[in-house]
Design a protein around this ligand. Structure first.
Ligand code: GLU
Length: 494
């Protein structure tokens, strides 16, 4: 065995700083749990002034999806989770794609055999037998084969796998930063395959080799990997390597019983963005799904990414599963939309406004009506669908108790409003506002009694973003007068 190889690999491992990695498999979408893992992993590195690494885990070629790696890069970039090392930016322990590291795993598997932590197994087992662990490892004829026999079989070209040699007795204890010490009986662990017949590693082997060779100090991942952690520990021990800090995060649930899953239609990060959420709001909400701040910030909900870096602490991660709550996310999104500058809001809102407003209207003025009134950007098209064309509407909209209006009063109001508006020289918000207020005073009615029918006639909808003044202003003088006259005609004929 080439000792130099292993020494060279060891020599490349950076030491002395926190190093974390996000290690997604290229499945084609970033589900919410994955995004949260990426965020926590990034935060641990950034909070410690450490290094954040992106590693692509594509050992399971069967699951490979075209364009999936791009989804990962795109999501990370949009979320501001920048990586210091990774397939695209390189780094001291490249390559960062598992399929490009395949030679490494075979070498380490053979090293582990030498060290007594693994063995060649020549038995034929189907994948399903393997998955079910439906065989007695103590009775495996290969586990204790003398080395000469092993060599003879290898020389004869017999296909083999390399299995982990789990101690037959005793217990294994590992420590997790969230779950504390966990001890399991070794008899409950299976001699899992480390290297498959095709020479490719299993995920369970590759992640340990990579985490060691990449100098990973904190392994952050979903709690579905907790059950495998004792076997990882035994691997580290057999190699004589330091075990990293494990941070297993409980799942993100759709409800109290079910994990979120793409199969059940739960949204990925990209789905959420398409559903009108802002990246910053999603990240903020996801950060709090299973983590809570402490001390002075215990009650704080809104955190920018920089604030999260300052506030984040592993001890704030919860053991219990978190439930993904749309209503809560909507609330976060509304807050983020409101907190944008008017220009920034207009920029994100415009494509949505344009879905229903094709005409030549002032986008900034329409956006200003919407900013405090939407939870998701996708709420927008329906809210502004009356600008291009007056919808057919029901005369009953003119009746409003609070504004003291009915069709008859409304007709009177419109008859008074139209000449006043026609006479305005300049079509400004101020002029329209003052003109209407002044007219209401002259007519000796509440402002609302005049504003209500004007708004209904202008928009044709009982609920609109913005009041009569803003809507008339955006519509322009001619269109406003045209719509108000149409309203009068409708009221006169009923
Ligand atoms: N590739 C694994 C996944 O996507 C990552 C597990 C880990 O972080 O170790 O679930």
């Amino acid at each position: 065995m080439d000792r130099n190889y292993f020494e060279e690999m060891e020599a490349k491992i950076p030491h002395g700083k926190v190093r974390t990695r996000f290690a997604p498999s290229p499945t084609g979408y970033m589900h919410v749990g994955n995004l949260r893992t990426a965020l926590y992993t990034w935060l641990i590195a950034r909070a410690a002034g450490g290094t954040f690494i992106l590693r692509i885990e594509d050992t399971d070629q069967g699951r490979y999806v075209d364009g999936a790696v791009e989804v990962i890069y795109r999501t990370m970039a949009q979320c501001g989770l920048d990586h210091d090392e990774g397939p695209d930016v390189g780094g001291p322990v490249a390559p960062y794609i598992q399929s490009e590291r395949r030679d490494t795993y075979g070498k380490y598997a053979r090293l582990l055999v030498e060290k007594g932590g693994a063995y060649y197994c020549f038995c034929e087992k189907t994948e399903s037998e393997e998955d079910a662990g439906a065989f007695n490892r103590a009775a495996d004829p290969c586990r204790d084969l003398p080395m000469e026999e092993v060599q003879a079989k290898l020389d004869a070209g017999m296909p083999y796998v390399i299995r982990q040699k789990i101690p037959t007795e005793g217990t294994t204890t590992f420590h997790d930063a969230i779950f504390g010490d966990i001890t399991v009986e070794n008899s409950t662990l299976d001699d899992q395959v480390l290297l498959k017949r095709d020479g490719l590693p299993t995920y369970n082997f590759a992640n340990v080799i990579d985490d060691h060779l990449m100098g990973i100090t904190h392994v952050v991942r979903g709690s579905e990997y907790l059950a495998s952690a004792p076997k990882y520990n035994l691997l580290y021990e057999s190699f004589g390597w330091e075990v990293p800090t494990y941070v297993h995060c409980s799942p993100v649930m759709r409800d109290s019983q079910n994990k979120m899953s793409k199969r059940h239609g739960d949204p990925s990060y990209e789905d959420l963005i398409a559903q009108g959420y802002l990246t910053e709001a999603v990240l903020n909400y996801v950060a709090l799904l299973g983590w809570s701040p402490k001390g002075e910030q215990a009650e704080q909900e809104i955190f920018s990414l920089e604030e999260l870096v300052k506030a984040f602490d592993i001890t704030g991660i919860s053991k219990s599963p978190a439930i993904f709550d749309r209503v809560k996310l909507d609330h976060f999104n509304a807050v983020y939309l409101r907190n944008l500058s008017a220009e920034a809001f207009c920029k994100v809102a415009e494509p949505y406004i344009r879905q229903s407003v094709k005409g030549d209207f002032d986008m900034a003025a329409i956006a200003a009506l919407l900013q405090a009134r939407c939870e998701r950007l996708t709420d927008i098209p329906e809210k502004v669908d009356f600008f291009d064309a007056l919808p057919a509407y029901d005369v009953s909209f003119y009746t409003n108790k609070k504004s003291k209006t009915d069709p008859q009063i409304s007709l009177k109001m419109l008859e008074a409003a139209v000449p006043m508006l026609e006479a305005l020289d300049e079509w400004t918000v101020e002029n329209i506002h003052d003109g209407l207020i002044d007219l209401a005073a002259r007519l000796e009615v509440k402002n609302a009694t005049l504003m209500w029918p004007v708004r209904i006639a202008a928009a044709g909808k009982p609920v609109t973003p913005g009041g009569a003044v803003e809507i008339c202003h955006i519509l322009g003088k001619d269109e406003t007068i045209r719509r108000l006259k149409a309203g009068m005609a409708m009221l006169a004929s009923c």
